[in-house]
Design a protein around this ligand. Sequence first.
Ligand code: ADQ
Length: 485
Amino acid sequence: MGRIVLASNRVVDLSKAAQAGGVAIAIADLLRTRPGLWLGWSGKIVDKGEDAHAAPNVVEDGTTTIVTIPLSSREYKDYYLGYANGVLWPVFHSRLDLAQFESGYYNRYLEVNRRFAHALKPLLKPDDTIWVHDYHMIPLGMELRRLGVQNPIGFFLHIPVPGAQTFLAIPEHKELARGIAAYDLVGLQTRVDVTNLDHFFLDGGLGQVMEDGRTKAFDRELLTASFPVGIDMESFLASRPKKSRERPLSTIRLIGVDRLDYTKGLPQKFRAFGRFLEKYPEYRRKVNLSQFAPPTRESVVAYADIRKELETLSGTINGKFGELDWVPIQYIHRSTPRRMLIDIFRNSRIGFVTPLRDGMNLVAKEYVAAQDPDDPGVLILSRFAGAAEQLTEALIVNPYNIEEMADAIKIALDMSLQERKERNEALLAAIRTQDTFDWCRTFLNTLESVHNREARPMGGPTPDALLEAQQAPLLVPTRPRAGQS
Ligand code: ADQ
């Protein structure tokens, strides 16, 4: 079996993957079972005088080679803050109004990806399988192809694909389409994302979607499919401290855990909670909302704005409804260790997860996984989180509809134990069916099978390729489940 070569914006310390959570656990597990190489930004910004373009830093960690590259301060500004987080992040989350279309950003974005490709090319072996992650690195596959790389190259986008008209508004949409077409397989979080990408190629006159579902564009054929990211329930629950540090609660808690990002719908969530207290005064003093919102990307202007808005809103709602012995909204603008989150989730009657748009949203899945099956809480989930496609037994809400969200809180609080248990059971089954290891295994099996079939001149993989790949012998061994030896 050849190596797996991963490329992503940041490289996670393999020994700390469990604390990092999310997909880091699956990737660290993958690299334990298969030799690999992981390429990414070192997280360093080199100061004037230092050479940002010096040779990459290569470190051997068991059977994994870690390759990292610093960015110059100009690259950090134009590539990372500018194009990736000032253009692609807002537009892909359908926030065209926040996009900063500055000339020069795209060129720097391309240049950095070219630099990554040049660093990677000499390290590649003929039987490597290459897996590129997320919006920072869309052109990496194209740049590798330009250097003559013929290995299977797959791409997974962790964030949503916007509607075609929104995507087409990006001035460089054609270049991005060319970059996407360089991959053999493009993995997206949901079926809606797959449909949106098909429409982008079709409506933009950028390619054709063939009868078998593959896309033909820029003289290439690629398969696009959904691979919903999951969580690893066992390692998530195992990270729980032996003794709970939570003090007994005097109120019923609603919990929110989201990075402080304008996509997460935090102002709408606070307003909905305020409206709930106004509409159902019998719950005052009995219920509170705890919102963890650790800071991210603070040097992007839109992030500073959302922070101010939330501080004002929580202050207004607490000022209006609060009492000496009851604070309606606890707003915590700090990171919290993951192991603490499990107890906090378990002791919260409602998981309040209402992003305006989200690729998947792993917090929704973690909240469900953490519940006591004999007395579970209720998940209120935005219909615009990718997770809503799988977690249909949650209370699904429109995060723009404040009235509906306020009513959903009331419905969740009044829900019978029987109904809570039934919903929780169904949600747990959905989470177990597609966990983080299935995501990894299915994507790689599909990529390798698509690439092998592409050796045929035309008529490559049929839509059955996906199904076949999912049933193929595991190329990536999964961790044994409880009860298996
Ligand atoms: P994110 O936007 O970061 O990820 P999410 O999927 O919710 O969003 O993952 C966040 C992770 O960070 C969770 O594991 C959560 O427990 C943790 N976390 C959040 N707040 C925390 C806090 N205060 N303290 C400690 N840990 C915290 C992107 C996409 C998502 C997609 C993932 C994975 O935007 O849509 O689900 O990638 O593909």
